[in-house]
Design a protein around this ligand. Structure first.
Ligand code: SAM
Length: 276
């Protein structure tokens, strides 16, 4: 795949293409097809089953936005779990937060972790942080086995196919609720409000039956379908809308800021409609 166009078929009638200069790595793991390519526009890029996961150009947007809104909504997010996220970008941001003491990453596919360390070192840097423990295991099983343990749980998953299907199910959200401490908070990436509206509606209905507080916020991520992306929050106590602005930590962030914390929660009516 040298000097040719990689095309991700994002929807039955929609594709995005990137010019690929070089394939750096390609293997089939037990769970998925794992590829790292050097692209012209986005730099080094990780593809799983030919779906863009992350790239060195825009990764900061997704990784900051999946992490900091929950970390700053919780008054003391000492013990944090990341499910998925084997590239290390989310745990890198989590470890940067001054109030985090311990961060555990549970990724089902060890190949993603190893390949990211080798080819995406700026993203994978957090995997070596002394606060971070990496476990190669199924996140669905991990939350079932660890009750009343975490202050914040972040689900940085692939789309709901293969081993990630269960990460979008009501039973999983109930297990996440039980794995959180009494004022715990959970965030998951929940795709595009333009293209995945029905899924977002269903997730919010499920979460409304489990968590006393639920919310949704948005960010712009150029390489994901539609470019306009949702993150869903379930919380036992704290609301992201009631955070004191002066308490917000945004260490060396490039997208997230105290203003963006609140701005991301301002939803256009068509998105608000999905989460009512
Ligand atoms: N930011 C990316 C996105 O939205 O496309 C996700 C990146 S991260 C690479 C997604 C990871 O979730 C993959 O490495 C995949 O192996 C992992 N994953 C999928 N199902 C999982 C499960 N049940 N438990 C733990 N990790 C899982």
């Amino acid at each position: 795949m040298e000097g040719i166009w990689f095309t991700e078929k994002q929807l039955p009638g929609l594709a995005v293409s990137c010019l690929v200069k070089k394939t750096l790595h390609h293997e089939k793991s037990e769970y998925q097809d794992v590829k790292v390519v050097e692209t012209d526009t986005f730099g080094t890029m990780l593809l799983l089953d030919n779906v863009i996961q992350t790239n060195v150009r825009d990764e900061f947007i997704y990784h900051e936005m999946i992490s900091f809104p929950a970390l700053n909504t919780h008054p003391n997010p000492e013990n944090v779990l990341v499910i998925g996220g084997g590239d290390g970008g989310t745990i890198r941001e989590v470890a940067k937060h001054p109030r985090v003491k311990k961060a555990t990453l549970v990724e089902i596919d060890g190949v993603v972790v190893e390949v990211s360390k080798k080819y995406l070192p700026t993203i994978a840097a957090g995997l070596e942080d002394p606060k971070v423990e990496v476990k190669i295991d199924d996140g669905i099983k991990h939350v079932k086995d660890n009750k009343n343990t975490y202050d914040v749980i972040l689900v940085d998953s692939t789309d709901p196919i293969g081993p990630a299907v269960g990460l979008f199910a009501k039973e999983f959200y109930t297990d996440v609720f039980n794995a959180l401490k009494e004022d715990g908070i959970f965030v998951a990436q929940t795709a595009s409000p333009v293209f995945n509206g029905e899924m977002i509606k269903r997730i919010h209905k499920d979460l409304g039956e489990i968590f006393p507080v639920k919310d949704l916020y948005v960010a712009t991520i150029p390489t994901y379908p539609g470019g306009y992306w949702c993150f869903t929050m379930g919380s036992k106590k704290h609301s992201p809308r009631e955070v004191a602005k002066e308490s917000i930590a945004a260490p060396n962030t490039r997208y997230y800021s105290p203003d963006v914390h609140f701005g991301a929660l301002a939803l256009p009516p068509f998105v608000e409609e999905l989460v009512k």
